[in-house]
Structure formats: structure tokens, C-alpha cells
Ligand binder design. Structure first.
Ligand code: GH3
Ligand code: MG
Ligand code: MG
Length: 396
């Protein structure tokens, strides 16, 4: 069945599937756009973190640890600048969100681990500044609109932090470091467990925010009456699908469907019956199309069906199949008034044969729909030779 973005399945497996689903193309795009914001914040935070080793370098320039932590932070700053430059140059591959989430979390872990490396393990496990940056990195995953990345950030931060604590406790006797006790407290497992829980809660909260954003996004893309996509979403998708067809050098068919004599149907059976008719037609067409096809309500009783990777012959065949199916459907009238049939007409235009941009293709599909109406309705006109309809029915 073709995807309208509805969640449908409320079972536990349905929930997990929903959690693990890729964001739709528009959200994924918004996520990639956000990488520039994240890259800027990352540079700013790393610059701020550089202040501490820089101050230490001024006070204790000869100390080996001071030089090491300064060197590591400068290396981190250079790598954040490199990522920022790459993102600014518009290099935003699909794996960018995954890579930059892993990079952020690992950067914080590296900052914490540097303290253990430089003989200050209590700073690693009780740090008040560097540890909090984990929360910034986890919160930034919300901007990527991908729940999988929120979960990954949580799992990675917990795993890396626990590894740091284990290394610090194994390599040092933390209760025998008197000079650090005053500045960084003492080590206890209770507060370490609380820290890990906070990371898990932050990751869960980010996941919920992303799921909510996805629900709102779905609601904003769906037509409330029929449950198929709305005009706004269609406008975005036409451009996306056309871009893909051009890149892949594949055809794309656009069909404009219009219910015949629908005004008469409304006048005769009432608006509620008209609404039921529109819902029934939308449901049936949706069931008959592929997951990659896009069905949208264009306005009133008009629908648009995008058929990616489909040339004029196959598109005509598909629309004929839909026309025949709709013609044979019986629509239940409200208040037990019985059943009635509806028909539809359609016009099809195909990229690249009939146009190279969205306006040209929609105009051509519309012109062919007009021709189908003029030829007597209940028929499909496309670029390929039109088949004569077997029967002609009128509403009512
Ligand atoms: P044609 O065969 O030429 O397409 O004729 P038509 O009557 O279908 O076309 P027309 O554009 O004259 O009328 C469309 C009608 O669709 C008018 C309007 O009452 C009805 N309509 C539009 N939106 C809705 C809706 O959401 N619900 C209902 N029930 N009717 C709607
Ligand atoms: Mg119309
Ligand atoms: Mg009509």
C-alpha cells in the first residue's frame, strides 16, 4: 500500500518499527540543513572549552598535563572547523547525521578521557563542565529529526562514559588522590549511576521530541477528509520526485484525477454522501498504487497521483485499471439510503516527453483531463494512445 505517513499500527512491534523508521524525505532534508547550525554551535562550544587549558597554559606552561590537554583541545577545534567548512560547502551526504552524532559524543568523551591521560582521573569522573556537553550533543540530535540518532547518541554516550569511569577506577586508586579531593569531590558509584541515568533520560526525551515533531509533520502533510497527502505536501514532493527523475534519467508520470458530475452528486445525495464518496475513492486508489507512488488531494474532488519511474504506457494502463475499479465501486450513502456509483476522468503527463518542469507537466495533465471530460467523461487521456472505455456511467 502506498505511504501517506499514517502510523496505523498501535502494537508493540508497530511502535518499535515506527521508532526505527527513517525520517521522510522532507524531514531528512531539514535534518541535513540543520547540520550547519550544529556545526557552528560545535565550533563555539569547542572554543569555550579551549579556555580552560589555555588559562592553565598561562599559569603552568611547563606542566606536561597542561600541554597535553591544550593539544587535544586544539586538535578537537581543528576537526570541528574542518566539519564546519565541509558542511558549508554543501557536502551533506545521507550518513552525515550519523557521523556527526558519533563525532560529537566522541569529542566529549575524548575531552573527559584526556584528564585521566594527564593524571587527573577525578576530573574525568566528576567533571562539571565537560560532562554537561554530552547533553548538548544529545539535544542537537533533535535537529536531525531521526529517532535512531537520538537513541544512538544515548547508547554511545553511556558506553563511552562507562568505559572512561572503568579505566579511571582501574588505573588509579581514586580514594588516594588527596590534592584533587577538594576541587573535584570524591569518587562514588552512586553519583556515577545517576550521571548514566541522566544520559539515558536526555536521549529518551530527545526521542520523544523527534517523534512528536514527526507526528506534527505528518498532520501538516495530510488531508483531513481523505487521509491522503494534501496540496502543500504534493508541491514539495513533485519537485523532489522530478529532481530524482532527472538525476536518475528515469520517467515520472503525473496523473490528474477528477470525479465526474460531482456537483450533481452532492446536490442529489447531500454533502455527507459526497464526503463518503471522496473518502472511498481515495482509499481505493491508495490500495491500488505502489508504496513509492504519491497520492494527494489537489483540491475539491480532484486528486493527483505521482508515479515515479513510470512511462506513459504503464501510467495509462494503471490509470485505466483505477478508472475501471472506481466505476465498479458501490458507495454507501449515509442513513441507509443504499449505494450508488461514481466515475472519474484522468489526464496523464510524463517527464520528459510532455515537459521538463512541474508546471509544464501539471498543465499538460490538466489539459488532458479537460479533454477526457470533453470526450464524455469516465475516461483516461495520456501521452500513449487512449483506450476507449468499455462502458460509460454517470453518477446516480
Ligand atoms: P465534472 O464532471 O466536469 O468534473 O463536473 P463536477 O460537477 O464534478 O465539477 P464541478 O467543478 O462543477 O463541481 C465540483 C464539486 O465538488 C463542487 C463541490 O460542491 C464539490 N466538492 C468540492 N469539495 C468537496 C468536499 O470536500 N466535499 C464534498 N461533499 N463536495 C465537494
Ligand atoms: Mg473539478
Ligand atoms: Mg468533477
Amino acid at each position: 500500500m502506498h505511504d501517506t505517513g499514517t502510523s496505523g499500527d498501535d502494537s508493540v512491534t508497530g511502535f518499535w518499527r515506527r521508532l526505527w523508521r527513517r525520517p521522510d524525505s522532507v524531514l531528512a532534508d531539514a535534518g541535513r540543513q540543520s547540520e550547519l547550525v550544529v556545526a557552528r554551535v560545535r565550533v563555539a562550544v569547542t572554543l569555550l572549552l579551549l579556555l580552560v587549558p589555555l588559562a592553565n597554559l598561562v599559569v603552568q606552561p611547563a606542566f606536561f598535563e597542561t600541554r597535553i590537554s591544550f593539544g587535544v583541545t586544539v586538535a578537537a577545534l581543528l576537526s570541528t572547523l574542518a566539519v564546519w567548512v565541509a558542511v558549508r560547502r554543501d557536502r551533506r551526504p545521507h550518513w552525515l547525521g550519523l557521523a556527526s552524532t558519533g563525532f560529537d559524543i566522541s569529542l566529549v568523551s575524548l575531552a573527559l578521557f584526556t584528564y585521566t591521560l594527564t593524571g587527573q582521573p577525578l576530573v574525568s569522573v566528576n567533571s562539571r563542565v565537560a560532562f554537561e556537553v554530552y547533553f548538548l550533543a544529545i539535544a542537537a540530535t533533535c535537529l536531525r529529526y531521526d529517532v535512531r540518532l537520538c537513541i544512538l547518541a544515548g547508547v554511545l554516550s553511556v558506553a563511552q562514559y562507562l568505559a572512561i569511569v572503568l579505566i579511571a577506577t582501574t588505573a588509579y586508586d581514586l580514594s588516594a588522590l588527596p590534592e584533587q579531593i577538594r576541587a573535584y569531590g570524591h569518587f562514588d558509584w552512586g553519583s556515577q549511576v545517576s550521571r548514566v541515568f541522566l544520559l539515558i533520560i536526555a536521549s529518551a526525551l530527545s526521542s520523544v521530541i523527534v517523534l512528536r515533531a514527526r507526528d506534527l509533520r505528518r498532520l501538516s502533510a495530510i488531508d483531513r477528509l481523505t487521509g491522503v497527502f494534501n496540496r502543500g505536501h504534493l508541491d514539495e514532493r513533485i519537485l523532489g520526485e522530478l529532481g530524482r527523475a532527472q538525476r536518475m534519467q528515469r520517467p515520472l508520470s503525473i496523473a490528474m484525477l477528477d470525479v465526474d458530475h460531482f456537483k450533481e452528486f452532492n446536490d442529489r445525495y447531500g454533502h455527507a454522501a459526497g464526503d463518503a464518496g471522496l473518502r472511498a475513492i481515495a482509499d481505493r486508489v491508495r490500495l491500488m498504487t505502489r508504496r513509492s507512488d504519491v497520492l494527494a488531494r489537489y483540491g475539491g474532488e480532484e486528486f493527483v497521483l505521482l508515479l515515479p519511474d513510470t512511462g506513459p504506457d504503464i501510467a495509462l494502463e494503471k490509470l485505466e485499471e483505477i478508472r475501471v475499479e472506481v466505476e465498479s465501486m458501490l458507495i454507501e450513502l449515509p442513513r441507509g439510503q443504499g449505494t450508488v456509483a461514481l466515475t472519474l476522468s484522468a489526464g496523464i503527463a510524463t517527464y520528459p516527453d510532455d515537459g521538463t518542469n512541474a508546471d509544464e507537466l501539471v498543465d499538460e495533465a490538466d489539459a488532458r483531463l479537460f479533454r477526457a471530460k470533453g470526450l464524455g467523461r469516465n475516461r483516461v487521456v495520456g501521452g500513449a494512445p487512449t483506450m476507449p472505455p468499455a462502458t460509460l456511467h454517470r453518477a446516480g
